[in-house]
Design a protein around this ligand. Structure first.
Ligand code: AMP
Length: 598
């Protein structure tokens, strides 16, 4: 009903969207049953469900008893046939309109997933919902948005389907464009900047986003990107290029060294419209007055109301830096979803990102949760090792417990294990509020030790606080590797840190040694501590990287076709990822070994 009204162009009513959300979340159990019924009725005849003997039944009990839990590897052969051109109803009754590629930066391998109009609809629903709550808290009217967004390359599968990121698939849809006009502030940059220089050469788009943002300074109300990392990267770049940006504004010409694609240059110069020396002087004055770039966003964009993007999970590391650039401006964590489908919206936008939760939309898919009990051994997420129990339904989860998300979607996923660990932090009406904990399969492990992505993050944070903060040193980015390459010596953890020091090789050796020892001590899972004491795991190795290393890692992923807008720094690099390991090795300026257990 609401969707139809908005399609007819009758505008956006935040209060109506919120009322609908309240109704759905109050009736979550009934809405879930109905959602499953709709998915299964629509797809009753598909090969996958037919072969499992579901025989057209649509109730949760039959579904759970006939259909097993599945991973991406289980579904891959089916998705591959579809990508190769088999148009029979394999996973969905309606044919897939394109293929989505997951980022693969967390798991090392890009996955193919089906994309169809249902995913466009659910994207609009989740954007509308989170916008309605955000706009109630921080109303923005008709201003502009400084968005650090970049289009992704599109390829064709063997069967002729377009393959690209889920967000690009969504943006291409006409229905999406029509609806989003109501609920999205206009981007400062012309389309040429977003679409014109995608792929590995995104730096000219980034430069132009900054330039266009400065030209529209008074109108900008939102600063955003899909992931917090892109906003931080943008302002780290701004620190280096602000004088060039000012020179371009002063002369009315875009630097030919920075922006080489003629269509992009022309579009931005048209926006510039000629020399603007007063504006250039004003920007320069503001930049010079800043102390270490603290509060650069509100200083240059005085009408910005908030900074928006995914700031949870592997993005949490960037929140500190983001807060520095944002000064007093609120940081608002964006919604929780995956290329597989959406899960929850942030309906409490004023909550700091570290505490952000995601309220599951009960009609967006059918959700189950595998209860996970962290096994003994400490570690924030139980060292990534869990005892599992039978999956429970959306409304049966318990506050304070951790679960792996299982989803059944309108896009051909049935009881699909997403691989994400979440914790239930409370309920909004009858539907749970989830806190993202970590991805399950990412862990450092040599023998009986298990450390998850979150354990690593906590260790890096603890070492930075204990050893680096007093020296005004910050961790720009980090990753790790379980080194088991030597057959004679025990395996050990390697932690790679890029620091904010211009010359990392010149950083005091004692400070780095203490950081290395603190890191080793900060892995508190019993398997690790025990193995370190018995020397079954060798001394932790700290590798200090030269400035800009993670930009090289980013470029490496982009050269392999990964989209910049989806990039998440890999937090654990396996031996098979030799490209990244080579970059890390070539950029290492100092190597230290922990003496914490000597
Ligand atoms: P992709 O496979 O590239 O679509 O990335 C999806 C994955 O990104 C999810 O399964 C999560 O692990 C992570 N992710 C997405 N949204 C969030 C969020 N709001 N907070 C934390 N992690 C997220």
């Amino acid at each position: 009903m609401l969707e139809k009204k908005m399609k007819q162009g009758s505008g956006f009513s935040g209060e109506e969207v919120i009322a609908e959300f309240e109704r759905l979340t109050k009736d979550a159990a009934i809405v879930q049953r109905e959602t499953l019924r709709r998915i299964l009725a629509e797809n009753a005849g598909v090969e996958y469900l037919r072969d499992l003997g579901l025989a057209g039944r649509t109730d949760p009990d039959s579904f759970r008893s006939c259909v097993p839990l599945a991973t991406h590897a289980d579904l891959e052969p089916y998705i591959e046939r579809i990508a190769d051109g088999d148009s029979s109803p394999i996973l969905t009754a309606k044919p897939a309109t394109s293929i989505s590629l997951s980022s693969g930066t967390t798991q090392g391998k890009r996955k193919y997933l089906l994309f169809n109009e249902e995913l466009v609809k659910s994207t609009m629903q989740i954007y509308r919902t989170s916008y309605a709550f955000r706009n109630r808290e921080f109303p923005v009217g008709n201003g502009k948005a400084l968005q650090f967004i970049y289009s992704s390359r599109q390829t064709k599968t063997k069967g002729g389907l377009t393959a690209t990121t889920a967000t690009t698939n969504v943006y291409r849809s006409e229905e999406f464009k029509a609806t989003m006009r109501d609920i999205q502030s206009q981007c400062c940059s012309p389309d040429e900047v977003i679409f014109g220089s995608g792929g590995a050469d995104f730096s000219q788009s980034l430069y132009c986003h900054l330039l266009c943002g400065l030209l529209a300074a008074g109108e900008v109300q939102i600063v955003s990107a899909t992931f917090a990392h892109s906003v931080v990267l943008a302002f780290q770049t701004f620190e280096r290029v602000w004088e060039e940006l000012c020179a371009d504004i002063r002369s009315g010409e875009v630097s030919p060294a920075r922006v080489t694609t003629p269509a992009v240059r022309n579009a931005v110069e048209a926006l510039l419209g000629g020399p603007m020396p007063e504006l250039a002087d004003e920007i320069a004055r503001k930049c010079v007055a800043l102390s270490n770039w603290y509060g650069v966003i509100p200083a240059l964009w005085p009408n910005a109301r908030y900074v928006y993007g995914i700031m949870t999970g592997s993005m949490e590391h960037y929140v500190k830096k983001l807060r520095h650039y944002a000064g007093e401006l609120p940081l608002v964590a964006a919604e929780y979803g995956a290329s597989e489908g959406w899960i929850g919206a942030n309906v409490e936008p004023a909550t700091p990102p570290e505490l952000a939760t995601f309220t599951v939309l009960p009609d967006i898919g059918y959700f189950e949760f595998i209860p996970l009990r962290p096994l003994d051994g400490g570690g924030a997420a139980g060292g990534g090792c869990y005892a599992e129990a039978e999956p429970v339904g959306l409304t049966e989860v318990a506050v304070g417990e951790q679960y792996e998300v299982v989803m059944t979607t309108f896009a051909g996923l049935y009881r699909y294990r997403l691989g994400d660990v979440v914790e239930v932090s409370g309920f909004h009406n009858a539907t749970p509020k989830l806190k993202f904990v970590c991805r399950r399969n990412l862990m450092l492990s040599i023998n009986i030790d298990k450390n998850s992505e979150q354990d690593l993050q906590l260790a890096v944070d603890a070492a930075a606080r204990a050893a680096l903060a007093a020296e005004k040193l910050e961790v720009v980015d980090y990753t790790s590797h379980a080194d088991t390459s030597s057959s004679t010596s025990p395996g050990h953890y390697v932690v790679f840190l890029e620091l904010n020091a211009e010359d990392a090789a010149a950083v005091d050796g004692d400070v780095l040694q203490s950081c290395c020892d603190e890191l080793d001590r900060a892995f508190v899972d019993a398997g690790y501590v025990g193995s370190r004491k018995t020397k079954a795991i060798g001394a932790l190795e700290l590798r200090v990287l030269q400035r800009g290393t993670f930009q090289k890692v980013l470029r490496h992923y982009l050269s392999l076709g990964a989209p910049v807008s989806q990039f998440k720094s890999p937090r654990c690099v396996s031996r098979s990822n030799s490209g990244v390991l080579q970059i890390l090795a070539a950029c290492t300026v100092k190597v230290l070994f922990s003496s914490a257990y000597d």
